[in-house]
Design a protein around this ligand. Structure first.
Ligand code: ATP
Length: 444
């Protein structure tokens, strides 16, 4: 039986992940040499690979269907867009200040009757604080030139509904998918990259005939949960949270969050909303242009309802790191391993010569060259082989290929598996197929 020290442990402390992320080049604090800037983060060499893999997996799952098209709209939009969407008047959080320590809080996230959570001081009355970042377009800083950094990517999709429908000759039901930056001047950002002021969203808006919306809502809810499961997230760490009457946005008919069990509690990963015809209705009104859809088959005209799936890319990445993180053993035997799904793993294979001797390093590097066009690889010749395996475990590399002295004669290499630590001896002529198979037929 495994002793306690050999048991696998999940992530229990965010600080461990923050320090691993920095040390190994996943996430750095923005402008760190200047002391950093609050709630902004930079993705390092491994972080960008992981992020690209998440985005690509999401993009493929959406756009490799005949009924969904892609879009990349501008971040800056006509200011009336945000009037129509309700953001200028209503995209606010209730802000309270502590009169004593001057800290700021979101009134809906604390118990205001108990006073300031930091020092118990008296709090101000809540006031509405708009979360949109304002800037000026053109060289004149005047009210007429005010534009906003988009607080969500969705509006870029709504205003292009007709363009996409016409250009791509799409019939309702169809969807538009977009990945892009969004900006919110959050009152209380935090928990590493969970809530930041600049972040990326992966949003898909699905336009349906009114009356079929409940069915599509149910279908998208299941599909989106399945997407996380297909990419290695553990089922026990995911749940749906249905918005109650008080939580539901005024325009929404129904809303579910997919929540993830972070070390700091269950929190939203993605929102799936039935937004009705509110958005197209409002843009139609403000732009004074009909956005109605004409169904050639039934000769009906209607404003489609919208089912939205809105996921945070950075939040998915954080959940992916948390979910993958495992510790085994103690002290000198501690093994930290990121058990990423191979599709998401930033590095797929590491090539390791058993020693630094040239007779091994040359062939190992040549072997690596055979893979670089197909996948992200690493080469490492420093430190003992055991240490190098641990390094690769810590960044979640599924396979390590070790070239040793025997390889020179038997033309075989050792392939070591991240999760089981099992080792196979594989013929060099079979290696490519073997690696492809192992990465494809992964299960954990
Ligand atoms: P909250 O109520 O927690 O502020 P929200 O319900 O307003 O969030 P949505 O507008 O539904 O969030 O945004 C969709 C998705 O975008 C969220 O599920 C989340 O993954 C991501 N997201 C929203 N705000 C942020 C942020 N400040 N930082 C990182 N990701 C965010």
């Amino acid at each position: 039986m495994a002793s306690d020290s050999q048991k696998t442990r999940d992530l229990d402390d965010m600080q461990k992940l923050v320090s691993l992320a920095k040390r190994r080049g996943f996430v750095f604090q923005s402008s760190e040499i200047y002391g950093g800037i609050n709630a902004c983060w930079d993705y390092g060499p491994l972080g960008i690979e992981l992020k690209l893999n998440i985005k690509q997996a999401w993009w493929n799952s959406m756009t490799r269907r005949p009924d969904i098209e892609g879009l990349d709209a501008a971040i800056l939009m006509h200011p009336l867009v945000w009037k129509a969407s309700g953001h200028v008047d209503g995209f606010t959080d209730p802000l309270v200040d502590c009169k004593k320590c001057k800290n700021r809080f979101r009134a809906d996230q604390i118990d205001t009757s108990k006073g300031c959570p930091s020092c118990k001081g008296e709090l101000t009355e809540p006031r509405n604080f708009n979360l949109m970042f304002k800037t000026f377009m053109g060289p004149v800083e005047e009210d007429a030139a005010v534009v906003y950094l988009r607080p969500e990517t969705a509006q870029g999709i709504y205003v292009n509904f007709l363009n996409v429908h016409t250009a791509a000759r799409k019939k309702v039901p169809f969807g538009i998918a977009q990945i892009g930056k969004a900006f919110r001047n959050e009152i209380t950002p935090g928990n590493f990259i969970f809530r930041t002021r600049e972040f990326e969203q992966m949003e898909m808006q699905y336009f349906v005939k009114p009356g079929s919306d409940d069915e599509w809502m149910a279908s998208w809810k299941e599909r989106r949960l399945q997407w996380y499961l297909d990419h290695g997230f553990r089922r026990e760490n995911l749940q749906f949270h249905q918005h109650g009457k008080g939580e539901l946005a005024h325009y929404a008919k129904a809303a579910f969050d997919i929540q993830y069990k972070f070390p700091f509690g269950w929190q939203e990963l993605e929102g799936i909303h039935n937004r009705t015809d509110f958005d197209l209705g409002r843009h139609q009104e403000f732009a004074k242009k009909s956005l109605e859809y004409f169904d050639e088959h039934t000769k009906e005209k209607f404003l489609p309802y919208i089912i939205e799936t809105s996921a945070g890319c950075d939040r998915s990445l954080l959940a992916c790191l948390c979910d993958a993180y495992r510790e085994e053993g103690e002290g000198d035997d501690l093994r930290v391993v990121l058990k990423f799904h191979p599709k998401l793993a930033p590095v797929k294979v590491a090539f390791l010569p058993l020693s630094k001797k040239e007779e091994l390093t040359g062939p190992t590097q040549r072997l690596q060259q055979e893979f670089v066009e197909d996948m992200v690889t690493q080469y490492d010749e420093t430190a003992s082989i055991g240490k190098r395996y641990r390094r690769q475990d810590e960044i979640g590399t599924p396979l390590c290929v070790t070239f040793d002295f025997d390889s020179l004669n038997d033309k075989k290499v050792t392939v070591r598996h991240r999760d089981t630590m099992a080792q196979d001896r594989v013929d060099l002529t079979q290696l490519k197929d073997y690696v492809r198979q192992k990465l494809k037929n992964f299960s954990n």
